[in-house]
Design a protein around this ligand. Structure first.
Ligand code: SF4
Length: 267
C-alpha cells in the first residue's frame, strides 16, 4: 500500500469511526473512491456518535438500494448497511463441512437496530429451504412467544442462530462447527448492539457463555455476555416436544420483558 493510499485509508477509517461504523467490506465499497485501498474485509473499533444514535444516516457505505429479504425495518440505518455488507461477505462460507451440504445460508432476520436479540441453535429443514431463521413450526411458536409479551412484534427483534448452515438431519452441532461459526455471531452482536440477549436452548447458551451446563441450570438468572445482559430459556422445538416447559419459558419471557422495561426506563 503506498503512502498516499495509506493516508487515504486512515482518513476513511476516521470517517467510519466518527459515524459509528464498525464493519466495512470490499464488496460494499466497490464504487467508492477509496476502494483501491480496501484489500480485505475490515472490522473497525466502534465509536458511538452521540448525535447519530437511532437515526437513519446517509452512510458512505453504499448498498445501492439493495434490501435483504430478512430486514424487517429501515434498510437505511448504519446497522442495516453493516449487516448487509457482512452477510454478503460471509454467505459463501465453506469454513466447515456444513457449507457443502446447505441449500441456503441463513444469516438471521429482523430489525438491524433491535434492542433484543434471540439466538437459537442452527437452521432446520424449512430454514435451509427458505434461507430464513425460525420459519418452521418452532419458528411460529417463537413468534407467538415473542408477541405474547405484548412488548414486541417479531419484526421488532432480531433472530439468528449460532450456526448459519443446517447440520444434516438436524443433528446437534458439533463443537468444532460452533467454534468455526461463532465469530460470525459475535460480529452480528457487535453490529446490532442489542440491550438484551435471549439464548434459546443449550447449544446457544453454552456457546455464548462458554459453559457445559444444562438449560435447567443456566436459566433463572442473569448472565453477562460482553456487557450485555443475557437470559437462557428452552428452545421452542423443545417446547413442541414437551409442553411442561411452557410455564418456564413464560417466566423467562416475563423476566426479559421486565429487564427491558427497566433498561428503557419504562417501569
Ligand atoms: S456453519 Fe458457519 S462456519 Fe460452517 S460453513 Fe456455515 S457459515 Fe461457515
Amino acid at each position: 500500500m503506498s503512502m498516499k493510499n495509506s493516508s487515504q485509508w486512515h482518513s476513511a477509517l476516521a470517517i467510519y469511526k466518527r459515524l459509528g461504523i464498525r464493519y466495512i467490506s470490499k464488496t460494499s465499497t466497490e464504487n467508492m473512491p477509496i476502494s483501491s485501498v480496501l484489500s480485505e474485509t475490515v472490522s473497525v473499533e466502534s465509536v458511538e456518535p452521540p448525535m447519530m444514535e437511532n437515526k437513519a444516516v446517509e452512510s458512505p457505505v453504499s448498498h445501492q438500494g439493495f434490501k435483504s429479504s430478512w430486514i424487517t425495518a429501515s434498510a437505511d440505518t448504519i446497522q442495516a448497511m453493516e449487516l448487509t455488507a457482512f452477510e454478503r461477505d460471509i454467505c459463501g462460507c465453506q469454513k466447515c463441512p456444513l457449507g457443502a451440504t446447505r441449500k441456503n445460508f441463513v444469516f438471521g432476520s429482523g430489525n438491524p437496530q433491535a434492542k433484543v436479540l434471540f439466538i437459537g441453535e442452527a437452521p432446520g429443514a424449512d430454514e435451509d429451504e427458505q434461507g430464513l431463521p425460525f420459519v418452521g413450526r418452532a419458528g411460529q411458536l417463537l413468534t407467538k412467544i415473542i408477541e405474547s409479551t405484548q412488548t414486541w412484534k417479531r419484526s421488532d427483534v432480531f433472530i439468528c442462530n449460532v450456526l448459519k448452515c443446517r447440520p444434516p438431519g438436524n443433528r446437534t452441532p458439533l463443537p468444532e462447527e460452533v467454534e468455526q461459526c461463532r465469530p460470525y455471531l459475535e460480529e452480528q452482536i457487535q453490529i446490532i448492539k442489542p440491550r438484551l440477549i435471549m439464548a434459546l436452548g443449550a447449544v446457544a447458551a453454552q456457546a455464548l457463555l462458554r459453559s457445559k451446563d444444562s438449560v435447567g441450570k443456566m436459566r433463572n438468572r442473569w448472565h453477562d455476555h460482553n456487557g450485555i445482559p443475557l437470559r437462557v430459556t428452552y428452545h421452542p422445538a423443545a417446547l413442541l416436544r414437551f409442553d411442561g416447559y411452557k410455564k418456564d419459558v413464560w417466566q423467562d419471557m416475563k423476566e426479559l420483558t421486565a429487564k427491558y422495561q427497566e433498561l428503557e426506563g419504562l417501569s
